[in-house]
Ligand binder design. Structure first.
Ligand SMILES: [Zn+2]
Length: 82
């Protein structure tokens, strides 16, 4: 699957959620550029990289740019640290 990072921007709401993921420690490294991202209710964890995510929003194509991927992208790019 090929995602086009510039297809459309993240929303402000997605950015806020991604920052919340990082601020609340719900993101943990697994492999290089691959992270486990825990859901807000703590019931699920998604395997997420800058290119893909196991969440429904990504898998069902509702938005390839889910906030889990944004959180990982912020960390991988060095814009945010965990
Ligand atoms: Zn996701």
């Amino acid at each position: 699957m090929t995602a086009t990072p510039t297809a459309r921007p993240y929303t402000v709401n997605q950015l806020a959620k991604a920052l919340e993921v990082i601020a609340t420690g719900r993101i943990h490294p697994i492999l290089a550029d691959v992270y486990s991202v825990r859901s807000a209710d703590g019931e699920r964890s998604y395997i997420t990289s800058p290119e893909s995510c196991g969440c429904a929003a990504f898998v069902l194509g509702e938005g390839l740019r889910c906030y889990h991927r944004l959180a990982v992208a912020l960390v991988v790019s060095g814009l945010a640290s965990i």
